[in-house]
Design a protein around this ligand. Structure first.
Ligand SMILES: C[S@@+](CC[C@H](N)C(=O)[O-])C[C@H]1O[C@@H](n2cnc3c(N)ncnc32)[C@H](O)[C@@H]1O
Length: 276
């Protein structure tokens, strides 16, 4: 798909411009999100036009105007072609997700990982998702395993409002609940324990491991996301072990799944940990 874009632009960009052109882009609903190097910003409308010509289903082209940042991990976007809007309806793993990819965090690249976690959930489980954003983990889990109950907690009021709308868009999912607030405030108020806790906040989930373990039943599963250097995945397992020791628990088993990477050496990983 992106190779075709390169073919179209080959006649319109100079060889030195082609050399720095980033040909891959994400598609969220009907919005294409592309990275354009500074030296090519003068060609942004041309690039947007080529993407719109290539995919009839894409109605908006936006460029990343910064990085995911801040507590709510939001991403500045600039519309460079198509309709003037940032909200779209995205379909993933059988669920419908309304999202403004600038106002809230949402990564289409985690779709396979969400399905992987959902496929592990057994009938009857009570699942807690920390940092639930616009709701993709809880909704995909709730759809994949209708015999479980899922709670998602999200601090950003905007992301939580989208999660509530998305519950409305997926009306059959009566096994999913969302709470707005900081997990540190909301989890103790739930007064519940869980069979599985998912922690998709790779840069800082480590600081919430103590809270998660306090709510996790004996011999149950924790999914801890971390950023880790290649060759040091054991370091992420050690973070879980450390909190287990502090709380008099044990790490019975752990496996690491690579979910993506941030730099060529820095990976986004998930530690699936069975906690005794
Ligand atoms: C990396 S995003 C993941 C969102 C979602 N799970 C997904 O896969 O699209 C992390 C989310 O955690 C939220 N967050 C950060 N700190 C939080 C906290 N202390 N309590 C609850 N949510 C928090 C952010 O607002 C953001 O939406």
């Amino acid at each position: 798909m992106s190779g075709e874009l390169k073919k179209i632009l080959r006649d319109q960009l100079a060889p030195e411009e082609m050399a720095i052109f980033v040909q891959s882009y994400d598609i969220v609903g009907d919005i294409a999100i592309i990275v354009i190097p500074d030296a090519l910003l003068g060609k942004k409308r041309l690039i947007a036009g080529a993407i719109l010509d290539l995919h009839r289903r894409i109605k908006v082209v936006a460029r990343r105007a910064g990085i995911h940042d801040g507590e709510f991990r939001t991403l500045p976007l600039e519309i460079i072609g198509g309709e003037d809007r940032k909200e779209t309806l995205h379909r993933e793993n059988g669920v419908r997700l309304l999202v403004d990819p600038e106002a809230v965090y949402f990564s289409v690249r985690s779709g396979n990982e969400r399905q992987r976690i959902a496929s592990l959930v057994q009938p009857g489980e009570r699942v807690l998702v920390f940092f639930s954003g616009i709701g993709p983990y809880p909704l995909v889990i709730g759809r994949t395993q209708p015999q479980c109950r899922v709670i998602g907690i999200e601090k950003s009021p905007i992301a939580h409002a989208y999660a509530m709308k998305n519950l409305g868009y997926n009306r059959r999912l009566t096994n999913v609940l969302f709470y707005e607030g900081d997990v540190r405030a909301v989890v103790p108020r739930l007064k519940k324990t869980f069979d599985r806790i998912v922690m998709p906040l790779p840069k800082s989930a480590e600081g919430f491991l103590d809270l998660a373990l306090l709510s996790l039943q004996h011999q149950r599963w924790l999914h801890f996301y971390d950023m880790q250097e290649k060759g040091n995945f054991a370091g992420s397992i050690e973070k879980v072990k450390h909190i287990c020791r502090q709380q008099g628990r044990s790490l019975v088993a752990a496996t690491v799944t690579i979910c993506g990477h941030c730099t060529p050496r820095l990976y986004r990983i998930c530690v699936d940990a069975l906690i005794g």
